[in-house]
Design a protein around this ligand. Sequence first.
Ligand SMILES: [Zn+2]
Ligand SMILES: [Zn+2]
Length: 329
Amino acid sequence: MSDYVDDAEAERWNHHPGMVSLNPLFAWPPDPMAVVRWYRGAWFQITAVSIPFLLAVIVWWALIPPLAAMETFAVGWMAQVWLANLLPQVLVAGGLHWWLYSRKGQGQVKKFDSRDLAYSNGTFTFGNQLWDNVFWTLASAITVATVYQWVIFWVMANGWVPVVTFAENPIWCVFWLALIPLWSGLHYYWAHRLEHHPMLYARVHALHHRNVNIGPWSGISNHWYENILYFSGYFIHLVIPSHPFHVMFHAMFQQVSPVMSHSGFEKIMAGDTEAAKAGDFFHQLHHRYFECNYGTSELPFDKWFGTFHDGSAEATTRTRTHKKQMYTR
Ligand SMILES: [Zn+2]
Ligand SMILES: [Zn+2]
């Protein structure tokens, strides 16, 4: 059953959440109250921003050693950094998959696409969408992300770049934390646009787009080359003065938030109550129609460059025309 939206596009979805909204920070004329509501909604509810922040606090406290211990490459601290990446991924993706898809804990409520995941389909590695996604997430994505963090922590520990502390630079540290989702969105938009070039798409990014219908493990189920590019944004911490916690928040944001945004369900329900925001219709539209919504709703590059799909039937027609033009040039 579709939630009623006065547009033919609504008929194509089990749950259509209405027109996609973008970060009002970039809207004109300015609407400060809408901006406050947007950021309060992202940081002070259970969302794809606050969960990564909480996970970053936990792994940084429990697993990330002091910088002094990371001056030379050694198995101990390197394994701890790997676990700091692996465990939250398994916990969140595994937990959401179990609740939403194995146990079917909330049935079809708030589920965008009525179809189930493809458990038997030759397109996927091992012929199964779940095992394909688990493999590419844990073997490829977590490996590349971890190797980058090893290098960043090692450079920081050796004092080759400035490292800030929350005690000495509290305002900068908080400001930079708040900016990380914007930086991540900016880097993602350009990397992702590049990957949709027909040459790169077929060789690299098509692996992520095997998932037309997405689930939690689809989030960072990417080809090796895509991961090399996707996580390269972490090296900003060797340019912009950072604390190791900034690196871990950036990592949790870029690794765990896609798990939530790809979950396929707009909200996680606790009985009849909406307990958490999860799926991102903005990106769900990208997986169904491909040549739209390359970025995030946080930073509206798609609107500025004419590739924004707002969830309407008219936007679907425009996207299909754009795709045809891309491949007939
Ligand atoms: Zn894509
Ligand atoms: Zn995706």
